[in-house]
Design a protein. Structure first.
Length: 366
């Protein structure tokens, strides 16, 4: 159903003496802090919660997360040098915890190979730019481990099973309505609720999904596998991308003797239901990549069916003609600039968003 747009906010605009919620900044105190609601406890939402709570300002943070329990999901996340530098700038102790969980790949060989000839097309020098700028090397971290690092610091402000459904304005701030029709009052709302953002849908009076949402099918489905694997180039290669017509294959070291692979296939949406695989996903992929690099077949041979999942990939081009903010509401990460996973920058850009938003809010507070 088409969401209803929020009523117009009160006319008071933010000034140097006005906090983002519309209150006089002088009235923001430790006893009456700025109330910031964050929709979504992904990497971006948790990074913002941490930045706000450790920024030295009078801020009360509430993170509303749709899922009832945090559990393992998705694969490891790549944290490129830009994201790691941002984390280090925000909090050296937080960076130290991430560093301990990291598998460093930016100081290894990374690049693109011909899928059939098995020759390098291009090798990316990720190390030199980081070294010259005195930035950390690119790494990968298990997503649940990264999430837990943040939750250990801000978990007490996260409300689980409380997804944001919509929002509206009140004379003194913003009112968030959850999936359970509970109302939560705040001064500021940040939509970090992903590519199917309910906050964005309300802000722009558009559906969360489907036609008119701005989210479209990328033209690719992806198979992903994660397993214990003894690679012949372990500790030498971070990731390698084997390319070919209408399909490509990625193998990446994720640390602790484990590897992840991705098979990207140009397909119509919902091909998981429409394209039969009577022998299973692994034999299906081995047939599709017949004649390609032996490395592909070696890791597929080592993969069991229960280590494979398939999902369609959706994309959302960044909106440059529409605002990313609406008075007391702003968007962060995938909710406004979702990225394809092969860029390795989705979580990185969300962390950068978190730092910028926390700094902007901090400038408005005493």
């Amino acid at each position: 159903p088409q969401p209803s747009s929020p009523p117009p906010p009160p006319p008071a605009a933010a000034t140097p003496t006005t906090a983002p919620g519309g209150r006089d900044a002088d009235l923001i105190t430790e006893e009456a802090p700025l109330r910031v609601i964050i929709a979504g406890a992904g990497v971006g939402g948790l990074a913002l919660a941490h930045a706000l709570r450790h920024g030295g300002n009078a801020v009360d943070v509430t993170v509303l997360e749709r899922t009832k329990e945090f559990r393992r999901f998705g694969g490891p996340i790549q944290l490129a040098s830009n994201a790691l530098q941002t984390v280090r700038d925000m909090d050296p102790e937080l960076y130290s915890s991430v560093e301990q969980a990291a598998t460093w790949t930016g100081n290894r060989t990374n690049g693109i190979k011909d899928g059939i000839r098995d020759e390098w097309y291009a090798k990316f020098d990720l190390g030199t730019p980081a070294k010259v700028r005195k930035m950390p090397y690119t790494c990968v971290v298990e997503r649940p481990e990264l999430q837990q690092i943040f939750l250990d610091r801000v978990g007490d402000c996260v409300q689980k099973g409380a997804g944001v459904k919509t929002y509206s304005y009140s004379p003194t701030g913003v009112v968030v309505t959850t999936d359970k029709d509970e109302e939560i009052q705040g001064d500021v709302l940040i939509g970090a609720d992903g590519i199917w953002s309910a906050v964005r849908a309300t802000m722009r009076n558009e559906p969360e999904k489907g036609e008119g949402s701005g989210v479209s099918y990328s033209g690719y489905t992806v198979f992903a596998g994660e397993l214990d694997y003894d690679s012949p180039d372990s500790n030498e290669v971070g990731y390698k991308v084997y390319i070919g017509p209408k399909q490509y294959f990625v193998i990446t070291d994720i640390g602790h003797g484990r590897y992840q692979w991705y098979a990207f296939l140009a397909r119509e949406p919902n091909s998981a239901e429409t394209e039969p695989k009577p022998a299973g996903s692994v034999p299906y992929l081995r047939d599709l990549f017949d004649g390609w690099s032996p490395d592909i077949h070696a890791i597929l041979q080592a993969t069991t069916e229960d280590e494979v999942e398939q999902r369609d990939l959706y994309d959302r081009p960044p909106s440059v003609l529409k605002s990313w903010t609406d008075h007391r509401v702003a968007l962060l990460g995938d909710s406004i600039h979702a990225m394809m996973p092969n860029l390795g920058q989705g979580g990185c850009q969300a962390i950068e968003d978190a730092k910028v938003i926390s700094e902007e809010l901090g400038r408005s507070l005493p």
